[in-house]
Design a binder for this molecule. Structure first.
Ligand code: SF4
Ligand code: SF4
Length: 371
């Protein structure tokens, strides 16, 4: 059983403000105790997509950066490029979006590094023998850090079931190739009979797997080139692209394995976790919008165990009442005890969590210590 430290949201005086609670939590839990003098420390977070307003507040990340400096470390705030064709596809595009969302070297007081480089291909392979993966390509800048504090925003996720510390490492700390290894199992199928040849999916496909055949005027789908991002599924109004939902468990297994691979890039005891359970949406921070949060703000969690902190975050969300007017109400999931995120997304995190537990590195059972 692993310890998970928890500070509830809410304050009526400065002493109880979130940033002060974060400092206390970090000290009690030891998440900043992993930093030795002179260590280069990756502060891994998600800086939100353009249009998303429920990502972690920059002031919270700045507080983590300050605590790393106080411990003698040399921090940099980091994330990686994405697979799909929005601005965060490249390093420069991501840096622009990050700055618009309040994350830049001035606001953070340290460099911002897109860890997988200009085009998302800079990585170092870590070999291992996990459930199905035998290697993970960790983003270069993260691989070269001495320590990492993973600051995650727990949310729902359409495929992983739950997006927290494990997902932040699995998908967020690897190169595009590392992401494709996980996503490729979700390659959709194409129902030609429904296609009206509007061309929308051709425009959004980041891998150019969908082309218009010049001779026949039909859609040509090159499945070997497709990497399973499912952007076409969400963009086609005719529902001609069909998700491969049967492969969601396989995707979740790969997420757990990839997280293990990222951990293996560090010496034991050099990675710690903070979950910011505020503005909890049914969707992740990769969306270019923010829906109303599904539960009231819960608080801050800290642990040395990514599975325990995710399980505890998920349990606190389940135990919480839903917010009226949010998606939780639309799916009749307002009562405490109902798994709101799973009901909304039609997928739970059971396989992700079970697989992570099977790796033998992390605990699903936890000891919740309130501060
Ligand atoms: S978006 Fe749908 S309807 Fe339009 S070309 Fe693609 S498959 Fe056909
Ligand atoms: S075909 Fe669809 S799932 Fe495959 S890469 Fe293109 S948009 Fe993504």
């Amino acid at each position: 059983m692993s310890d998970v430290y928890f500070a509830e949201a809410g304050a009526t005086k400065s002493k109880d403000g979130l940033l002060n609670k974060l400092r206390l939590l970090a000290h009690e839990s030891g998440v900043t105790g992993i930093v030795n003098k002179g260590d280069t420390v990756a502060v891994k977070t998600h800086m939100g997509d353009s249009g998303n307003t429920t990502h972690i507040h920059p002031a919270i990340i700045r507080r983590v950066v300050d605590m790393v400096k106080e411990a003698g470390g040399k921090p940099f705030v980091t994330d990686t490029t994405v697979l799909y064709g929005r601005r965060r596809f490249t390093e420069l595009g991501y840096l622009e979006v990050a700055s618009e969302n309040g994350f830049n070297p001035e606001s953070m007081g340290c460099p911002i590094v897109i860890a997988d480089g200009m085009n998302g291909m800079d990585g170092m392979r870590v070999e291992g023998d996990w459930n199905v993966l035998k290697g993970v390509e960790v983003a270069s800048a993260i691989h070269s850090a001495d320590a990492m504090i993973v600051v995650s925003h727990p949310t729902g996720h359409a495929r992983a079931g739950f997006g927290g510390a494990l997902k932040n490492m699995a998908m967020g700390c690897v190169t595009k190739r590392g992401k494709i290894v996980q996503h490729s199992v979700l390659r959709p199928s194409f129902d030609e009979s429904k296609c009206t040849l509007c061309g929308d999916c051709i425009d959004v496909c980041p891998s150019r797997a969908i082309l218009l055949e010049r001779e026949t005027g039909n859609i040509d789908f090159d499945v070997d080139v497709c990497f399973g991002c499912e952007i076409c599924v969400f963009s086609c109004k005719q529902k001609a692209w069909v998700s491969n939902v049967d492969m969601i468990p396989e995707f979740q297994i790969r997420v757990a394995d990839s997280a293990a691979g990222v951990m293996a890039a560090f010496d034991p005891g050099k990675v710690s976790f903070v979950n910011i359970a505020l503005n909890i949406t049914w969707h992740c921070d990769c969306t270019d919008f923010s829906d109303r949060p599904v539960v009231p703000d819960i608080g801050l969690l800290a642990s040395m165990d990514p599975l325990s902190i995710d399980q505890a975050s998920s349990d606190l969300i389940v135990e919480s009442p839903g917010v009226r007017g949010s998606m939780a109400e639309r799916v009749d999931a307002l009562n405490p005890g109902v798994d709101k995120l799973s009901r909304i997304n039609h997928v739970d995190a059971e396989v992700q969590f079970k697989t992570a537990e099977r790796l033998g590195m992390w605990q699903r059972r936890y000891n919740l210590l309130r501060i």
